[in-house]
Each structure stands twice: as C-alpha cells, then as structure tokens.
Design a protein around this ligand. Structure first.
Ligand code: 13P
Ligand code: SF4
Length: 305
C-alpha cells in the first residue's frame, strides 16, 4: 500500500469511527477499498450485514442497487454511496413501467427479481434472490411457473435446476456475457490442471463448461477448501484479489481479461473520505417504493438460506 494511501486509510477509519459508520465492500471492489472495508462479501452477505448492523451510517462501496437495498432494509440509517455514477448496466435493462406491462401480459405468477435491480422494480416483485440463493428461492415458491427479472442467464440457470417453467426477462450483465466458450477453451488449454469456477450470470454455454458455479463468496469458499492448486475464474476480475490474498499458495487466472465492470471500479479512497467527511452521496428510497420493495427483500432474507 502506498504511504499516502496508508494515511488516507487511517483518516477514513478515524472518520468512520466518529460517524459510527460501517464500511461495506463488494468482492469486485478495487484492492484498496477491500482492504479498507469492515466487511467484504457477495450481495446476500452485504444485505444481511446491512440489516443487522447497529451503526448509524453505512458506506456502501459497490454499485447503486446495493446502496438502495441497504436503504430499503435500514430506513433509519444514513446510507452513503461514495460515487453517484456507480450504476449497474444489468439493473438498467428493466424499468418498473415495462415490468408492469409484462406482468399484465402473463397469467398470475410470482415475480422473482434478482437484487441487481432498482428499488421500483423490486417493489413490483414477490421475492428477491441473489446468485447465492436463486435455486432455493425459486424452489421455495409453491407455483410451478415464475417470471424472473432482469437476468436471463440467472433465470435459465434456475430453470435448469428447479424444473419449473421460468419466464425470462431479456437482461444480462455485459461483463459476464462477454465470456465465451472459446475463451474458456483457450484458458483451459493454457492451464490444463486448473478448475474452472464460474458465476451464474455467465451464458448457459459457458456454464456448461464449468466445474463449479457459485456466487462470488461461494467461489471464494470453494477455492479456499479445494485440494486443487489452480483455478480459472469466470467472473469480474476484481474477485482475483481476495482469492489470491486468502490463498497465497494457489494460482488464479482470469477466464478472460475482458471481464471488468467499470462501475465496480469507480470508488477510490478519496471518494470514501469525501463522502464520510461531508456526509454526501446519500441514497434514500422513498417510503412508497421502500415498503413494497422491503416485502420482496424481506421474503428472501426471512428464508434464512
Ligand atoms: P454476487 O457477489 O452476489 O455473486 O453478485 C455478483 C454481481 O454481479 C454483483 O454486481
Ligand atoms: Fe451490474 Fe454486471 Fe457490474 Fe455486477 S458486474 S454491477 S451485474 S454490470
């Protein structure tokens, strides 16, 4: 860590203490942010932590929908997103208006919405899911048919593993969609002994080649426990940092160098410092959207998966 970063890091920690703030970071965040955070995790772990904390302020180092989820769960807390331009291209592939039209076009059925979505889309949904619990969430519903939004790849993954009829929304994560079977074959040829771990946001033809499919924290747990020593990682490149940090004796290779989410790389230490100092970048979901969105988020969290 550079010395100016060290002093900034110390200043941020002191500010966080003064504000009684908890700093959460997603597993894709830049190394300096992961090293700063009180807790790093996948979307499910971070929402759980936000729901439980007794801090007054949550600094969410991730993207906008994650800060919104924290605001939905903790209306009495101040939720800060240090960069207002940290969005999610997949969450932007659906609007509440378009979802209403789709719901009206189908027979009545539960709407399962990936947490990577805006609060007003969650507000129209029966239950939320994350990449860690999607199969169990769909199986928890009595219905044989569901509409899943906004990720078509996650929906196809859930359909294949639940046997239910899953109506798709045609959204996707560009960072994961960029990974092709050809990239995986090339990576396997370069690292023939490596285990290929992939995120369920990848395309079905890529997932068909995977040895392990899991959320970002699921992948971290798998590589830590595995007897194998080398891994091809099929998700956003940021995950290689915590993998290597926790397993210095193992080898990690990106499935493709194209797998970078620019939005997940926006937050810098300076942004966290400014946000905490000025209490700027607050994300607050209005009550008329928060309450129906909370029902869907709570329905997921209360399953205790
Ligand atoms: P998870 O960390 O929940 O697996 O999510 C991946 C992701 O794309 C977050 O934006
Ligand atoms: Fe959204 Fe994909 Fe970036 Fe995650 S990696 S924030 S799903 S665009």
């Amino acid at each position: 860590m550079a010395s100016h970063q060290t002093s900034l890091h110390v200043e941020i920690k002191a500010l966080a203490k003064k504000r009684n703030a908890l700093i959460l970071a997603h597993n894709y965040q830049p190394p300096a942010i992961q090293d700063l955070a009180d807790l790093c995790g996948d979307s499910l772990e971070l929402s759980r932590k936000a729901a439980e904390t007794d801090a007054d302020v949550i600094v969410f180092c991730g993207v906008h929908f994650m800060a919104e989820t924290a605001s939905i769960l903790c209306p009495q807390k101040t939720v800060l997103l240090p960069r207002h331009d940290a969005g999610c291209l997949m969450a932007d592939m659906i609007t509440a208006e378009a979802l209403k039209i789709r719901i009206e076009s189908l027979p009545p059925m539960p709407v399962v919405t990936y947490v990577n979505s805006t609060a007003d889309v969650k507000a129209l949904s029966t239950i939320c899911c994350t990449s860690a619990n999607v199969v169990q969430v769909v199986n928890s519903l009595a219905a044989d048919e569901v509409l899943m939004t906004p990720d078509r790849n996650l929906a196809m993954y859930a359909a294949a593993r639940t046997g239910k009829k899953v109506h798709l929304w045609d959204g996707y994560c560009p960072t994961h969609e960029w990974l092709t079977p050809d990239d995986v074959h090339k990576a396997r040829a370069a690292h023939p002994d490596a285990v290929f771990v992939a995120h369920p946001e990848c395309r079905p033809d890529v997932l068909a080649l995977a040895d392990v499919i899991a959320s970002t924290s699921g992948m971290l747990r798998h590589v830590a426990r595995a007897a194998e020593k080398s891994f091809i990682v099929g998700t956003e490149m940021g995950l290689l940092y915590p993998m290597q940090k926790a397993n210095p004796d193992k080898h990690f290779f990106p499935a493709s160098p194209k797998m970078v989410c620019a939005n997940m790389k926006r937050i810098r230490l300076e942004d966290v410092h400014r946000s905490l100092e000025r209490m700027s970048g607050e994300v607050k979901v209005p009550e008329e959207i928060r309450l129906p969105a909370l029902r869907a988020v709570r329905a997921m969290i209360d399953l205790n998966l």
